[in-house]
Write a protein that binds this ligand. Sequence first.
Ligand code: KE4
Length: 427
Amino acid sequence: MLEKSKAAYEEALRYIPGGVDSPVRAFKSVGGVPPFIERGEGAFLYDIDGNRYIDYVQSWGPLIFGHADPKTLEAVCEQANKGLSFGAPTLLETELAKEIVELFDSIDKIRFVNSGTEAVMSAIRLARGFTGRDDIVKFEGCYHGHSDSLLVSAGSGAATFGHPSSPGVPEDFTKHTLLARYNDIESVKRCFEASSDIACVIIEPIAGNMGLVPADEEFLQQLRALCDEHGALLIFDEVMSGFRASLKGAQGLTSVRPDLVTLGKVIGGGMPVGAFGGRADIMAHLSPEGPVYQAGTLSGNPVAMAAGLSVVRRLKKDPSIYKILELRAKGLVGGFQKIADARGVPLQTEVRGSMFGFFFNDRPVKNFDDAQRSDLELFAKFHQEMIKRGVYFACSQFETGFICTPLDEKLIDETLEHIDEGLKKIV
Ligand code: KE4
C-alpha cells in the first residue's frame, strides 16, 4: 500500500533531517510511513502509490475550499503570469489588508509576512517595543510557531515529542517567558505577581495545538481585564482559528477584543502568508513609521496575495459556509461519539466552526495537562487504521481537524464507517 512512499521516505532521510521539512509530518507520534503526496483534489489527497485519502488536515488548515481549488488556482496563475515577486508595493497587498481590516474591529492596521511564526515573532517584538517591557506570558499547550522565546512548552510538534522546550534556545531567551495554565485565571494572576515587566499575554483564543480546546468566555474576559489592569497587551494568535472558527475566527465567537492579532493559513489560500495587526497606535511603532524593526523579502508576495484575496473575498461574500461546515463537523464528531460509546471507548469531542477535535480521554479536556492524559497509544493505532482505510486525520493527538467545502456528508458517512471498522479492529 505504501511501497513507493517507503522508498521515497528512505531517500528523503538521506538529504533532509527526519525526511521532512516540518517535524509533525514524519508521523513519529503515530508510527508508520508518512504517505508522500502526489496531488490533491477537492477533499482528497492522492499519494505516490495511488492511494486516495479523505483529507481532514488540509495542509493544517489553509485549504478551506479544498485542494487545487479552481478559483484559487486561476487567481494564482493569472498573477504569476505577471511576475512572481517585485519587492515593491502592489495594489494586492492593500486590497487584502482592506478586506481584513474591514472585517476585524480589533485590526486598524495590518502587515503581511510569510508564516505564522514570523507573524507571532513580529507581534511579540512590537508589543515589547510599544510597552518598553521584556516579559511575555504564554500558555502551556499553546503553540505559536518556532521563534526562540515561544519554544517553551509548546503544544504542537514539541509536545508531541515530549520535549516541550527545545535545545538551542538560550536560557536567557526563555527567562522572559512566563507560563500560565489555559482556562486558569489564577495562574495568570501569579505571572503578574511574579513580574511587573509583562509586555503581553499571547493566547490561542481557541487552542488548536493541544488538540481542539476552546478558552472559556469568562476566562477570556478575566484575561482582558487583567491585561488592562497591568498595562499589558493581549495578543490573540488566530493563525489557525482565523477564518476557520468563524468568518472572524474566535473573535466572531467571543465578546473579548485583543490589542494585536496574528493570522495565517487561510489568508494565504495555501500559499505562504502570515500577518499581524491591531490597534493603530501600536502598529504606528512599526518601521518605517516607528522604531520597531521588522521586514521580509517576500512579505506581501503578489502571487500569495492573489490566492489569499480569492479565498477571503469568497468567504466574506458567503459566510453561511461556516454554518454548513460546522454542521458537517458536528455530524462527524457526533457519529464518532456514538460509535465510541457503543464500543466502550472513552472519547471527548469538540467543534468550533469548521474545526473539530477528538481525544481518547474519559474526562473533558480544558488544558494541556488534561490533553496529555489522553490515550496516545490508542490514538496512534487508530490513526494507522484510518490511513489504511483512506482517511487522513492529523498525525498527532495534539492537533485539530478541519472540514473543507468539498468534504460533504457522503464522505463523512464513509469516514464514520471506516472509524467503526477501525475501532472494532483495535479495541
Ligand atoms: P507557521 O510558522 O507554521 O506558518 O505558523 C505557526 C503557528 C502559529 N500559531 C498557531 C496557532 C499555529 O497553529 C501555528 C502552526 N500550526 C501548526 C499545526 N498545528 C503547523 C503545522 C506544522 O508545524 O507543520
